[in-house]
Structures are given as structure tokens and as C-alpha cells.
Design a protein around this ligand. Structure first.
Ligand SMILES: [Zn+2]
Length: 101
């Protein structure tokens, strides 16, 4: 059970058109489809709904040579904006604060 919106299809596997679709939090390659069954993918966490795993898997511990966590977060934020993906609000505000005094 989840309040999350379905994730958009978006370019991920190297195409300029949306070639990735999210199934249960992992991305599958829409170009690798046989008899309506996707056979390529399932290894890359979805940046929309599986952000934590995505960053874990894609960030480079040595940011000089690759994607830093911050760069990935910026990239994800842009992607979400572009596809108008709205998630349930995260608890970004400080804990302990009430709505009013
Ligand atoms: Zn997803």
C-alpha cells in the first residue's frame, strides 16, 4: 500500500526519448521488450521512488571522479520537477515543532 504516484517514464538507458519505466522501485529498459515482456533492467533503483537506493548505487565515494551525492540529489530534484512528480511531503522541517504555538 502506497500513496506514491506512479513514476514517469523517462530517458535513462541512453536514449533521448523515455526508455525507462519503473517497476516496484527498479528501472526497466523499454527498448528491451519481447512479447510484451521486459527483459532488460531491474538493476537500477528508480530515482523517483527509490531515491535512497539510487544514490547509494550511483554515487561515487570519490566525487572528484564521478557523481557526488549532492550532484545526484540535484539531478533527481530536476528530474522530479521536469516530470512533475510529487511525492508525499518528506519530513524536512525540524522535529519537535508544532504547527502553531
Ligand atoms: Zn519508481
Amino acid at each position: 500500500m502506497s500513496d506514491l504516484l506512479p513514476c514517469p517514464e523517462f530517458p535513462f538507458f541512453g536514449a533521448r526519448y523515455p526508455d525507462a519505466t519503473c517497476i516496484d522501485g527498479y528501472l526497466w529498459d523499454l527498448d528491451k521488450c519481447d512479447d510484451g515482456k521486459l527483459y532488460g533492467g531491474g538493476d537500477d533503483p528508480c530515482p523517483f521512488c527509490n531515491t535512497t537506493e539510487f544514490i547509494k548505487q550511483h554515487h561515487d565515494p570519490y566525487p572528484l571522479s564521478g557523481n557526488s551525492v549532492r550532484e545526484l540529489k540535484v539531478w533527481i530534484a530536476k528530474l522530479r520537477e521536469k516530470y512533475d512528480y510529487k511525492q508525499a511531503p518528506t519530513r524536512e522541517h525540524k522535529e519537535g515543532g508544532g504547527d502553531d504555538l
